[in-house]
Design a protein around this ligand. Structure first.
Ligand SMILES: Cc1cc2nc3c(=O)[nH]c(=O)nc-3n(C[C@H](O)[C@H](O)[C@H](O)COP(=O)(O)OP(=O)(O)OC[C@H]3O[C@@H](n4cnc5c(N)ncnc54)[C@H](O)[C@@H]3O)c2cc1C
Ligand code: FES
Length: 312
C-alpha cells in the first residue's frame, strides 16, 4: 500500500506573519524548527495550531512559497481550521506535518507549452510551479517564459489572490472573472477557448489545473475530449494526510495505470493525478468530490476485472 513520503516529518513552526490577501484570505508565513530542502511545487503540509484553538484534525494546505527557512501558505478562510490559522499571531506555535504528496510532474521546457489553470485559492501550487519550471526540475531542461501561461479565474477580482505577485514572475498571466471585474468575463476554460481562437496559444498544450471541483471536472472533460496531457491537483477532504484514515478517496479509471483498485488515496498517491489515471466524473458524484468523501476507515475491495466499471 502507498506510504507517506520518506521526507515527511512532524515539525513545530513559529508564525512569522499573517498578511491579509484578497477578500477572504491570508498569506501565513512560518519558520519551521529546521530549514527544509526545496519542496516540490504542489506538495502540501497538514497544519494546525498547538494551542487547541484549531480543530484536533489538522488541515491540508499546498506550499505557496518557500524563501530560505520560511514557508508561506495562501489560505482562504472557510471554517474553524482556516479561521484559527488566519487569526494566529507572530510568535504563535503551529504543528506541521509534511512535506506530503507527490507534486507536479517535471515541468520541462522544449515540448508543448504548459498551461496552468488556477481557480480561486487553487492558485497556491502554481507560484512555486512557475518558479521551479523556470529553474528546471529533476535535471530537465528549464522552461522558457513563453513556454508557460498562467490562466487565473475567480468569481470576482477580490478573489484573485496575490495577482501582482504572479505577474511579477514574468510569465504570461491571463485573468477571468465570472462578473467581468478583472480580465475575461467568464471562467478559465472560456478564457482558454478565447486564447486558442485568437491564436495566442497553440492547440497542443499540456494542462495543469487546481481549483474548485466543478472546474476540475470541466478540465478533465476538455482534456479527454481534445486528447491533451493534463494533471489535476485535487483538494479532497483529508483526515490524516498520511494514508491511514481512508478519508481522501479519488475514483480511479479501471483502464488506467491505477485501475486495479477502485480508489486512490489523494494524500499519498496525489494530490496530483494524471487525467487518465483517475476520474472526477462519477454518476451521482460518489467519489473524488471533496463533499462526497466516504466515511473514514471503510476498507475497500480491489476492482474485480470481470465487473469493472464500464465506459467512464
Ligand atoms: C492537498 C490540498 C491542498 C490544499 N491547499 C489549500 C491551499 O493552499 N489554500 C487553501 O485555502 N486551502 C487549501 N486546501 C483546502 C483546505 O484544506 C480546506 O479549505 C480546509 O481544510 C478547510 O478547513 P476549515 O476547518 O477552515 O473548514 P471546515 O470547517 O472543515 O469546512 C468549512 C467548509 O469548507 C468546505 N471544505 C472543506 N475542505 C474543503 C475542500 N478541500 N474543498 C472544498 N471545500 C472544502 C466544507 O465542506 C465546509 O462547507 C487544500 C486541500 C488539500 C487536500
Ligand atoms: S487523508 Fe487519511 S488516508 Fe488520505
Amino acid at each position: 500500500m502507498p506510504a507517506p513520503p520518506p521526507d515527511a516529518r512532524s515539525l513545530t513552526a513559529e508564525v512569522v506573519s499573517v498578511e491579509p490577501c484578497g477578500e477572504d484570505g491570508v498569506v501565513l508565513t512560518v519558520r519551521p524548527e529546521v530549514e527544509l530542502p526545496t519542496v516540490r511545487a504542489s506538495r502540501f503540509f497538514m497544519l494546525r495550531r498547538t494551542d487547541r484553538l484549531s480543530p484536533l484534525i489538522p488541515r491540508p494546505f499546498s506550499l505557496y512559497r518557500q524563501r530560505g527557512a520560511e514557508l508561506e501558505f495562501l489560505l482562504k478562510v472557510m471554517g474553524r481550521g482556516t479561521r484559527a490559522l488566519a487569526e494566529s499571531r507572530p510568535g504563535d506555535e503551529l504543528r506541521l506535518i509534511g512535506p506530503l504528496g507527490n507534486g507536479w510532474p517535471a515541468l520541462e521546457g522544449g515540448g508543448a507549452p504548459w498551461v496552468m489553470l488556477g481557480g480561486g485559492v487553487g492558485s497556491a501550487p502554481f507560484y512555486l510551479g512557475i518558479q521551479q519550471a523556470l529553474a528546471g526540475m529533476d535535471g530537465k531542461r528549464p522552461a522558457r517564459r513563453e513556454e508557460l501561461a498562467y490562466l487565473y479565474g475567480a468569481a470576482r477580482r477580490g478573489l484573485l489572490y496575490d495577482l501582482e505577485r504572479f505577474r511579477a514572475l514574468g510569465v504570461p498571466v491571463h485573468t477571468a472573472t465570472d462578473d467581468g471585474s478583472e480580465g475575461f468575463k467568464g471562467n478559465v476554460l472560456g478564457l482558454l477557448e478565447t486564447l486558442w481562437s485568437a491564436n495566442k496559444l497553440p492547440r497542443e498544450v499540456r494542462l495543469l489545473a487546481c481549483g474548485p471541483h466543478p472546474m476540475l471536472v470541466a478540465v478533465e472533460r476538455l482534456a479527454r475530449a481534445k486528447k491533451l496531457e493534463c494533471w489535476l491537483s485535487l483538494e479532497t477532504l483529508m483526515g490524516c494526510g498520511v494514508g491511514i484514515c481512508n478519508g481522501c478517496p479519488v475514483a480511479t479509471r479501471p483502464e488506467g495505470p491505477m485501475g486495479a483498485w477502485p480508489n486512490a488515496k489523494c494524500c499519498v498517491e496525489g494530490p496530483v493525478f494524471a487525467v487518465g489515471a483517475v476520474t472526477l466524473e462519477q454518476p451521482g458524484e460518489q467519489h473524488g468530490s471533496p463533499r462526497h468523501a466516504p466515511a473514514a476507515c471503510v476498507p475497500e475491495a480491489p476492482h474485480e476485472p470481470e465487473r469493472g466499471r464500464a465506459g467512464n
